[in-house]
Every structure is written in structure tokens, then in C-alpha cells.
Design a protein around this ligand. Sequence first.
Ligand SMILES: C[S@@+](CC[C@H](N)C(=O)[O-])C[C@H]1O[C@@H](n2cnc3c(N)ncnc32)[C@H](O)[C@@H]1O
Length: 933
Amino acid sequence: MPKSKSKSKLNKSMITSITAVIELSEELESSKCNCSTEKLQVLQQLNSQSSSSSVIPSKLKPRKSSRKLCYSNILSELFIINNNKINEQKGEIYSTPIAKSIILEKHETFANQILKTFDKIDDLPYCFTKNNLQTQMKYRMISLIADPFSDQMDRMETSVQLKINLLRINHIHLNSRLPVKIISTPIWTRYAVHVVVQDENTHCLRLSIYNWSYIMNTRQIKSYNYIQECLTRLLPINSCIVILDPWFKMCHDGEIGLRCESPNTHLLMIDFETRCSTSNRINVDQLRQWGNTCYQADDNLGAIQFYTYGLRQIDEQQEKELTSKGKSIGPKTDECEQHRIRLLSNRCACYLRERHAALALADTSILLSINELSHVLESPKTTAGKLLFRCLSAHLHLGLFDKVESLIKSHKFNIGLRNGENLAAITILERELIRLRDENIKGRYDLQGMLYEQISIHKNDKPPLMFIDLSHYHAECNRNDLFEVRPCRPEELTKNGYPKGSYGIYALKNIEPGTLLIVEQPFASIDNRVIGEQRCYSMNFWQTNEKNSTIEYCNDDILRLLNEVEKQLLIGNNSWITFDKIKLMQPIRQWLIERKNDNETEQENNNDTSELLDNDQMLVLSKKQWQQPFSKRLSPPTSHIPWRILFETQQQNPFRSKSTLGWYPLGSMFNHSCLPNCLWYLIGDNLFIYVCASNIRQGDELTISYCPLWISSLNQRTFQLRQFSITSCRCLLCSYDRSNMPQYEIELKKFSNLRALSRQKNLSCSKRFNYIEKLNHIYEFITKKFRQRSIGFINEFIDLESISKYIQYENNNDNINEDKIQTFLNEQQLSFLQRLSRVCRLTIKDLPKIGNPIFLFGTQIELLIHHLEHCHTHVHTCDLKQWNRLLECLYEIFTFKCHVSTSNMQKTLNDHKQLFTNLLQTQIFLQDSSILK
Ligand SMILES: C[S@@+](CC[C@H](N)C(=O)[O-])C[C@H]1O[C@@H](n2cnc3c(N)ncnc32)[C@H](O)[C@@H]1O
């Protein structure tokens, strides 16, 4: 494509984006939808044939990761918040509240408008919601306590009671409470629930509840109907709630209302809680049914809550009966026990689905504590059978393989397991037990099988239920005999440019390439493919610096993952083990240390001690302390953690694949290097990290790459690393590249410009060839000029090869350069192995011992395989054998010895081909630069 044409096309697309943004902005401004703090806007309808990308401005499309916008000025305009209005009214007391009828009428109009919007969404392909994360960054808190309700009750008791006409506008009333009654049906927009509330004086206000775990999208995406059902259970008309630290504000739409940013900590569902815990209001059966409804919708947090209410009611009933009979301990009634077993079994299923195996095991422990099981097994057969399996699964998930084996063999389990339908299941269980043991103890995984499964799962397939579908479940593996997680020493911090207080992973021994280090299951994860099919995109933005108004934004999937993190914490809060898992992740760890320092400083000040521990000493002390797990009975050092800290943790998280985004606490202790010695990939949501470089000596740091491998441009790598808060990487590659600036970058830029030109469609063969010759010239130049670089220009090598291959298969209609082209291609082919060896820093004498196997990881090996398959006649038989040995060795390393290659050349080639085809389809760290392939 000629330069001018491509430029005009670019301009055109920019104009489209800007126009659409302005249109959107204007629509937002003039919207009649006055009752909402967020306004739903629908972009013009696509005609059914046109692709989404032609209409949605590219800048509006959700990004895979959070990054700075180049259109920040336009967006600043678009998102301008009417601060003036807010400031005008700051602090004023709302002494004459607006009439109830007006508020209710507005609410109804809004409800109708929202309904229409939801209707419209079914017809319209895309819809955008703007979502300002500023308030979440400031006010949203994540609860870390076991019983949030009693914590809220405690806070309520010590707070001052307020009424609506005593509230100050734009003010957060700390240490206060506002008891209110629900007087309208709640309305759900995608981010908030709006409802009208009334105080004891019958004064009314709109209350907007944001970030409510009951209805938020987590790993599960909740349907509109399901959310409506939840809301009728949670906020029925006339029910009472208490708002803690009420925030009364002028909203963006000019309306005055209450805003609750952190309902899990600030909204006391007093009526809901009483209804669920008092047996004469809602009975155990009803609670179980509500739990089952949640469970069917895969809302396991909701289900756990209802089953727990049910169990509590049974306990209370029993206690009451016992005290009324004057007995301290007496026989439990059969009916009660049946109820209890059912509830425990169901709750256990939820815990297993959410991978809280320890909690699941606690729920099944009733089975282990009963000596004579026949009594339990008299309960409906299916319940008892299920509970037995759940008990075994919980043990399996915890890696207690020997225990599972002995339980299966034990007499008491046999009664329940060896009958009819259970027999088949037990056979499967016994088989999977062998596999899981191999995975956990020997680190042997069927990688190719797992990858294949991953690509063959259809996008809309629901993930299998883990406790039944054991074949999809994989054990964790942790070779902590080979490495340690420890704070970096001062000299390591300086050398690598890591921030103060950084941790890293260090080898405890010399480690061979192809050694598996960890297979980790996520703390929380989401399937990020689902979101691509959602019709509603939101622009989640926040200002990093209020003075210069830099606007950043992130994708919906990041918010969904953070909601999932919160959900995991809420589920696991009754055992501190859950928070314990993430407390070492950098931003969380630092926050805890800062808090500890603050608290101690405060204490010291109070004690009037002027002598403070110096900072470094404090860090060392704190680190030791954080490394120890919290005792089960002790609470974490803090009852709430700001959501912002979780957000920052996510900003440093490199672990995502084409299908999954997750938190891996151990994996996230690895630091980055552009020339790493370890590789990682996600298969499903299992994270694999293994050593792939040679020469790892005891004490060496083990590193991974956070960005795609083999990007030659230092600028590009720096840009990518910035999203992980790494401003200037000091690895070997970056240091070398930086020392050769600016020429280094200029030459690469020349290469990439020419590459773009050579990839244009509809070029004549000779023109394309012209570009290829120039490309080759630059490639040769940089290869020589920067020969001291630890690794050659792999991506440029791949590009050149694939463009040359393209020309080989292209119809050459102008015969001008035919001979020249053919000669060039022949030479390229003949010199391929030599050039590959040069770029991957292999020397023939090294064969089959590879200098550094990691250099061959990527599309370059695909090219090698292609070459050996199609051009083997050019290769000397003796050399061919050596290359085959090299490939065999590499295959073992890349699959960390899970798959052994045979000396059958064709098989080795096929194995590699399959592995890399599958990795390319599932991972994002391998760039498929061969676009013309
Ligand atoms: C996923 S964490 C890695 C573990 C972390 N060092 C810790 O102390 O827990 C990522 C963070 O580590 C630091 N980091 C990792 N690799 C780095 C590098 N090559 N240069 C500078 N900082 C790095 C950055 O602060 C980054 O945001």
C-alpha cells in the first residue's frame, strides 16, 4: 500500500473514532435518563452483515489490558465530571428533603427507561456503559473477616443514628448509621442497584448500591432474570436496612442521593439477615431451596450463604430443644440429621466447585466422625452417595492421596460406595487417583492431552463440575526443594533495579533445563473468552492524577477477575488460610507492611517513645512475620483491605492466556527478565512454570518473561513492561540494547517499516522481492552490528523467512526477476540451518547439546520443523541425525520430560508441530508474526 493511501485510511479511522466518541459524549450530555449516575448508551445499530470492527471505533473496543489512552484529551472531555455543581453545595444540610411522590415518580420513569434499554440490547449488537472507577479506588473495601454481619452490628452499635434531614450534601458521615426502609422495587443497571428508601420521618432518597457481591459478575456471569430474583429476596418492599457511614451526595446526573460503594462492609441487611436466621420466618427447606437455585446458576457464594443459614437454624433449634428439656447433650433427632447431612453435602459441593477443599472436607467430616455409617446411609441414597464422593474429592483436592486410598478400602465407605451406580464412579476414582498422584509427586502431566482438551472445548461449554468430572481436574505440583521465595538482597535489588522490599525466586540447587518447578491452580480466575461475546462493553476509566487528568482505563474482564478475588475471600473468610494465600503478593504485602508500620508508629507515639525502628529493620521483621501463615484462630492483621490494593496487584499480574485470566500467588513471586531462564504457560487455568535455560546454578534468580518472547525493539518491550510497573528493565538484553541506542532502535524501525511495505497485498512479485532484498540487507546488517547481543533477532528472522516463503508460493506474473528470485530463495533454503543456528546462538559443535534451549522456543522451531520436513534432501544425512537428536532433546525439555520423544524423526517432528500449534492457539506469549503464512 502506498504511504499516502495508508495514511489517509488511518486518518479516516481516527475521524470515525473521534466522531463516534463525540456523538457518544453528546448523547450522554443530553440524555433524558436523569435518574442514573451512569447512563447507558447504545451506539448505532450495525447492519447485520457488517463486521463489528467497522462500526465500533477501535479506541472504544475493550483492550486486553489496562493502558494509557492516546485520546485522553477527548476522553477527558467525554468523562468530565460536573465538579462545580458538587462544590457549590458542599457541606450544606439537606434540611428540606424533596417530596416522596417526586422521588418515586422519577424512580419509576427511570425503571421504564432502563427496561427499554435492556429490551433494546437484545436487538442491538453493542452498547457502551461508562463506569468511573474513581470512587471504587477511593472507597471500596474488601472484607477479610469471618462474620461481616456481626462486625457490622458492632460498628452499628457504636455509631450515631442519623436521619435524612440531618445529612450533609457531599459528605461521608463517618461513625454514623442511617436506618431506612425499602419503598420501591430495586432497579438494576449493569453496575448498580437503585432503590428508593425512607427514614423514620418518611423522608425519601434514592440509594445507589455499587459493587454488590450478590449480583456482580464474577467467574460466573449472572443473567438479568437471576439478578431480579436475587433482588426480590434481598430487598423486598418494606424491609429494613441500615447504611453505615452513609455517603450523601450530588450524583453525576444532578440528583441528590445516597451512594453505597462498598455494600459488603457498609450495608447492614438487617431484615434479610433476621428473616434467614429466625426459624419461624423462613424455614430450613426454603433456605435449602434458595441455596439450590443459586447453586444451579453456579452462584456458589449465594448458595453457601443459604446453606449456612439453614445449618445455623438447625443448630439453634436443637439447642432450644435441649435447653427446654433441661438436658445438656441428648440424642439428635433423625429428621434434623437428615436436614443437616443434605445441607452439608450441598455446601460441600459449592466449596469443591470453588476449590475450597479444606472447607469442603470440614463439611464432610461428619462422615468420618460417625463410626457406624449405616445410620447416615439410610438417608436418601443419592444424598449419602454424593456426600461420600464429595468427601473423597475433598481429600483428593488436598492431595491426601493415601487417605483416599485407605478410605476407599475401608469397610465403612464400602457400604455406601459399592452399590449399583456408585460402582462405576469408584472405578473412575481409582484410575484418576493414580494419575493425580503421578502429577503431584512425579510432575508427570499429559500436556498434549491437556492442550488438546483446551482447544477442543467450545467457547460456550460450561466448565465441568470438578468433583464429578475428575478427568478434567489436575493436581498441583511444587518443587520447593529446588527453589526458595525470599526477599532480594540489597545487591540484587541494585543490580536488577527492583523496587525496595522486592522478593524473588532463587535456585537452591543447580537445575537442569526441562525441570518442572510448579504447577499451580489459581487463587481466582475467569474465562476471558466469554466477555468477547457480551453485547455490553463498558469503559472503565479512572484518573491517575487529578491535577493533570491522565485517564487510564481497563477492561471488563479485569473487574470481573477482581470481583472473583473478592468472592474467593468472602467464601474463605471463616478460615484465614484464604487471605494467607495472597498476602505475599507485592502490593498486598507492601500495604500490610505500611499498615503495620503506621500502627506501630502510632503506638510508639502514644507511648511517647521517640526512638523508632529504622525502616529496613522494620521491613526485615515484617517480612519474616508475613512468611508465617496466620494461625487459624487469629484474624489477619487487618479487617478490610482497600479494593485499590487488589487493583494494583492485578496491574502487576502477567498471567493470562487466550482463554484465562487468573491470580497465581506463587507464580507471581517470579520477577521478569526479557531473557528469562524459565518459561510458563497456562493450560486451562493451571499455571506451569519450568526451567528452560541451561547453566542454572545454585543461588541464581529464576525469572520468567511477562511479555511475549523475542521482541527485539527495546522501546516496544519497555512499553509492554510499563503495564506491570516496570519502568526500566535491567536484564542482559535490555542493558545491551540500551547501550546501543539510538542506532539500535533506528535500524529496527527501518526493518519494521520495510516489513510493513513488503506485506502489502496486491504487490507485484518483483516489487515484493525488492522489499525482501532490502529487508534481508538490514537483517544482515543488524546481525553483524549487534553480534554481541546474547540472542539474535529472532522475530526479524521469522518475519524474513515467512515473507520469503510467501513469495515462493505466490504467482509470479511478471517474469522480470524470476531467476533472481529463484536464486535468492534457493540460497535462503540452503543457508537456513546455518542462519537459524546463528540467530539462536547454536554452534554446530554444540549439537545435540544445545547452548540454551529457550532460544529455540517459539515460531523459529516451527520453521525448523517445516524445513526438515520439506527440504531434508538438502541436508546431509549425518547432519539430519544430529538435528533430529536436538529436536528430541528439545521436545523433552519443552514438555519438562512429560513426553519422551522416540528416535523416529517423523514422530518427533509431528510432536513438535502439534505442541506449538496448540500453544499458539492457546497462549499469548508466542507471537504469530508470520501473518502471511
Ligand atoms: C509479579 S511481581 C514479582 C514479584 C515481586 N518482585 C515481589 O516482590 O513480590 C511484579 C513486580 O515485581 C517488580 N519487578 C519484576 N521484575 C522486574 C524487573 N525486571 N525490573 C524491575 N522490577 C521488576 C515490579 O515491581 C513488578 O511490578
